[in-house]
Design a protein around this ligand. Sequence first.
Ligand SMILES: Nc1ncnc2c1ncn2[C@@H]1O[C@H](COP(=O)(O)OP(=O)(O)OP(=O)(O)O)[C@@H](O)[C@H]1O
Length: 226
Amino acid sequence: MSLVLDDVTLTYPDGDGRLTALDSVSLEVPAGRLTAVVGPSGSGKSSLLAVAATLVPPDRGRVVVAGTDTGALDPAGKAALRRERIGIVFQQPNLLASLTAVEQLQVMAHLSGAKPKAVRERALSLLDAVGLADLAGRRPHQLSGGQRQRVTLARALMNEPAVLLVDEPTSALDHERGAAIVSLLAALTRDRGTATILVTHDRTHLATADRTVTVHDGRLSQPPPA
Ligand SMILES: Nc1ncnc2c1ncn2[C@@H]1O[C@H](COP(=O)(O)OP(=O)(O)OP(=O)(O)O)[C@@H](O)[C@H]1O
């Protein structure tokens, strides 16, 4: 298992008390498999991703990323783990306006100490994998919304993450382009062997996933009926 959440509870301050965003959540995401997470607004989906990304520590329970129990890590250790083992894709493609597509990927490897030529080759090969081989020299304003989201997917894979966390990547896209992004995500998950979580509100994407879990009031439940 590349990502394990074991009996995770997360609360936020709420007036005089605490709001339980995740309630004893356990989830195992194997390498090379796409797990979709669905649930109503406010049910805890983003909180689940934030805990899995080690951005928010749980009140209770364990988060194990690629065999590392993250509870034992200090902030620097968590930052290194995020950099080296976790790829994150947010709802909006947060690309840097002044950089070309290939440069967006190259900056990810800036701290890794890899040789610039090898970094550029990897960046170009990932852009090829997401169907953008011809657009490597374009800046974000010269790309469509779907193309920008493809760049963010390729960028998230730059450091060969074991875990890929993807939050509503299709919310800014029409249905057809959204479906194409999810199919691409499923193919990349299998090809690259990442343990992938996809948060989505679009149930038509679920057929593409290997497994679906539903969050309700911070609790995970079994797959919904098709
Ligand atoms: N930083 C925070 N402080 C306090 N409460 C929070 C915080 N972040 C989220 N919450 C609350 O925790 C619960 C779960 O929120 P979360 O963002 O995880 O839900 P979600 O399923 O991702 O929602 P959406 O689909 O609308 O994005 C909600 O009741 C929300 O109001």
